[in-house]
Each structure stands twice: as C-alpha cells, then as structure tokens.
Design a protein. Structure first.
Length: 499
C-alpha cells in the first residue's frame, strides 16, 4: 500500500500543469539536442543549470531528467536516417539502424527504437519505485567511514569503466579531487589553492566548470568536423511493424531493459555502457550473427532499450546515496545543491514529493517522447540544416549569460572560458573528462567524510579495517583496481572499448 500511495503522490505532483509543462520542455529539449550532433545531454544540462534557479526544485529536476532520457530517443533519429549519431549512446544503433534505412526500412527502425525505449522507460520507472526506497533505508545505517569507503569504490569503478587509458582516467579523477579542494577549508577557514585571488575563496563554481569543460569544450571540438554540417535526408514512412517483426524484437527489448537497468546503477555505467553491452549480447545469442551490421532489427531493439533503461536507473545511486554514477548525475547533484537540497538516504523521506514526483514524471516523459519522436521525425531532421556558424555562437552567448547570472561575477565567465580551452585540450590528449567531473563533485564530500571518520577514530586510520562494511567496500575497490591493472585484463579491456 505504501508503494501505491507514494506513486499516487508522485503522479499528483508530476501531473500538475506547472510540472507537466517543464516535463514537456525537458523532453522537447532532450530530443532536440539528441538530434543535433555535437551537443549531448551533459553540455546542454550544464548550460541550462542557471535557468533552474528560479524554478521549484521538483520542476527543475523533472526538466533536467527529461533532457537526459529524451536525448536517448533523439539520438537514434539521425543515427538511423543518416548514420550520424546525435548522441554517443546512439553509436551502436547506427550500426544496424542505418543499414535498415538503406533497405527502405527506416520507419520500422525508428518505430523499433521508440517502442523499445518506451517499454524500457516504463519498466525502469517501476524498478526505481521498488528498489530505491529500500536502498535508501539501508544507507541510513551508514556512518562517515561507510560513506567514505562507498565514495572511494565509486571513484575506482568510474576509472575501471572509463574508456581509454586507465592512467589518464586516474589522472582525471585526481585532478577533479584537487579542483574540488580550491577555496577555504571548512574546518580551519584557511585558503587552499586560491593563489591569493579573492574570487576563488569560495571555490570554483560548479556551473562554470561543467559548462566550460563540456559545453564550450564540445563546441570548440565540433568546429573541427565540418562534414557534420550538411546533411541530405529522404522521406520516412512505414512505421508499422509486422507481427513477425514484433516477435523478433520482444526478446532483445526484454534483455536490453534488464541489462540497462542493472548497468545503469554502476558508477561510470549508464546509457553508453548499457547499449554496447546489449549489442554484444544480442550478437552472441543470435542464430545468425552475420546479419548484425547489415540491418538486423535486434541490433536496434536491444541497444535502444538498454540505453534508455540505463539512463533512468542511473538516478538510483544519485538519489538514494548521493553518489553520481555518471557526468549527467553529477550535474543533477549540482542542481540539487544549488537549491539547498542534499541528495542521499534521507532524501526519499525528507522530500517525498520531489522523489516520487521525479519517478512518476519519468513515465509521463517517456509517453511524451513517443509522441514527439514518431510524428515529428521530419521536423527534427530539418533541424540538421541549421548552420553551425549560427548555432554555436548563440550557445556561447547564452552560456556566458547563464554563468554570469549565478553570482553576477565576471570571474565565473573567465573560469568557464578557461575550462572550455582546458576541455578541448583534454579531447586532443584523448582524456575523458567524465572522471574529472565526478572527482570534482565527490571530492569535497570525500574529504568531509574522511575527516569526520578520523575524528571519530581519534586519528587511527586502522579503524577503517575494523568496521566490516567499510573494510568490505575498500577491499572491493582495491581488488577492482588491481584486477583491471593486470596485463591480460588491461589488454582485453582495450580491445573491448576499441570494438
């Protein structure tokens, strides 16, 4: 009965006209940035954070969540029609989706993507409703040592699951932790890494850093790809699936949903890892694996279901433990902190309208996305003809205005510009910025829980090993790091990510 009453509260919250409007705006923007190559949900959410200041927290979170899972829908449109993934999670969809389009089955591929995503979104919403509250209740038993160990495990997991070099991922984590320490010490008020600049006494602003590294950095990077600026698209029709095709996509959709729901919870996982894992699984289970890459409908159904399920289940650790599992969730944590809300175990009980309103809005948003994606395909595709030399300067101007509006500080705009250049340098060095953002968000929390633990232990660090849960979490983190550094595992990991 508690679940039913909680869901009733959630739907009452999410179905108010005010929240329905922002759910629609989020779904619309998500689809838009999923279609347009070169943006993506991280950059867009970073740019829109300042807009959420004047909104109610539940409306802000509903809109930002809609942008995230909406991008999973929108990215499949251009991936299928023109072999140009608008969002990184749609790279896998392009493998078979584009081949289906070349065979005159673009409508069927788009319908498969939309239906699979909607089913996955519906199931994952129920999954969150069932498992998030018990996890939050369990986490209420955690003390500072357990939280410290859990954050260490999260950071190590994000390193092992990050694509590219492990050393570079570790360097990004450490750099993010150092950037999170800029400002005054909470306990002693001593300035750290401020270089006697008063503007840095309160630390680097999260919005400026995120918008610079992801927003401006992505814009500069995409200016190097002029081949993505002129696209020809043919007319799409035939959206109805036959009974045989429907039966073919049902098992991949079910498997992709389950796989995405589980992998989305893992730090560093989420939609991208889920879609790749689903494609690999479907190819391995197929009776005709040679068909994959040549227009297999299973190659669209599985990954599209998995990336939507992974996108939504990644909310579970963020809402219940306060630990972001990917860069988008790190931005969500930033949005909550901006509104004076601390995500964590008490979030579910202290802010039930916000938590359950967000859960219910995911189902409402997924229903909106089906309507937005299938009938309006022609409109989304025409947006690809917008010249980048108009689009990107406008984005930079709005980003600068947004960052300035946070504290009315030109220093934050300069930080954003500097981080934009830094983000571009990271791209040229093949360094993934996601671990940096996770380190920046978790750094202050990691330090606070470590120092509280040391006060509790009276300076005896060996006490971490006397608490069973803390020792177990730290042990898992250490073993994970050692295993992934083994030569054989490291080589296999590189092959998997290369594929």
């Amino acid at each position: 009965m508690d679940l039913i009453s909680n869901l009733a509260l959630g739907f009452a919250t999410s179905l108010s006209l005010y929240n329905l409007f922002y759910c629609f705006i989020g779904a619309l923007f998500g689809t838009l940035i999923g279609v347009l190559p070169g943006l993506g949900p991280v950059a867009t959410i970073a740019m829109l954070l300042p807009i959420t200041f004047g909104l109610e927290p539940v409306s802000a979170l509903i809109m930002l969540a809609g942008i995230y899972y909406g991008a999973q829908y929108g990215g499949s449109t251009t991936a299928i029609l023109i072999n140009l993934p608008g969002e990184s999670t749609s790279v896998v969809t392009a493998l078979d989706g584009y081949q289906m389009a070349r065979q005159g089955k673009a409508g069927k591929a788009l319908a498969t993507a939309a239906l699979g995503s909607f089913f996955a979104g519906t199931v994952t919403t129920i999954f969150i409703a069932l498992f998030a509250p018990p996890l939050a209740n369990l986490a209420l038993q955690f003390g500072p040592p357990e939280y410290f160990a859990l954050m260490v495990l999260g950071l190590i997991a994000s390193i092992t699951l990050a694509s590219g070099s492990l050393i570079k991922a570790l360097a990004m984590i450490l750099l993010g932790l150092l950037l999170g320490l800029v400002g005054r010490d909470v306990y002693t008020t001593e300035a750290r890494f401020t270089f006697d600049l008063e503007n840095l006494s309160d630390g680097l602003q999260f919005v400026a850093l995120a918008m610079g590294v992801y927003g401006i950095g992505e814009i500069v990077r995409n200016l190097e790809t002029p081949e993505q600026r002129s696209v020809a698209v043919s007319k799409v029709g035939g959206l109805m699936l036959s009974k045989a095709e429907f039966l073919r996509i049902t098992p991949p959709v079910l498997r992709g949903t389950g796989l995405g729901a589980i992998l989305g919870i893992l730090p560093g996982g989420g939609a991208l890892l889920s879609s790749f894992a689903s494609y690999a699984l479907e190819k391995k289970l197929s009776r005709n694996p040679a068909e994959f890459g040549r227009g297999a409908i299973e190659g669209v159904a599985g990954p599209e279901s998995a990336n939507n399920a992974g996108a939504q289940s990644s909310f579970i650790p963020m809402l219940t433990l306060g630990i972001p599992s990917n860069p988008v969730m790190a931005l969500m944590v930033g949005a909550l902190v901006i509104h004076g809300i601390t995500p964590g175990p008490s979030f579910v009980t202290d802010k039930p309208d916000l938590f359950w309103g967000l859960v219910a809005s995911m189902w409402v948003g997924n229903l909106m996305l089906v309507v937005l994606n299938l009938p309006l395909i022609g409109i989304w595709v025409r947006l690809l003809t917008v010249p980048y030399n108009y689009l990107f300067p406008a984005i930079i101007v709005f980003s600068a205005i947004g960052v300035f509006s946070v504290n009315n500080s030109t220093a934050d705009v300069l930080v954003m510009a500097g981080m934009g250049v830094f983000g571009y340098v990271l791209y040229k060095l093949n360094c993934e910025p996601a671990p940096l953002l996770l380190g920046f968000i978790l750094g202050p929390m990691l330090e606070e829980n470590l120092r509280r633990s040391m006060l509790l232990f009276r300076g005896d660090a060996t006490q971490f090993l006397t608490r069973p849960l803390t020792a177990t979490l730290l042990g898992i983190a250490l073993v994970s790091l050692i295993v992934v550094l083994l030569p054989n595992i490291s080589r296999k990991r590189e092959v998997v990510f290369k594929e």
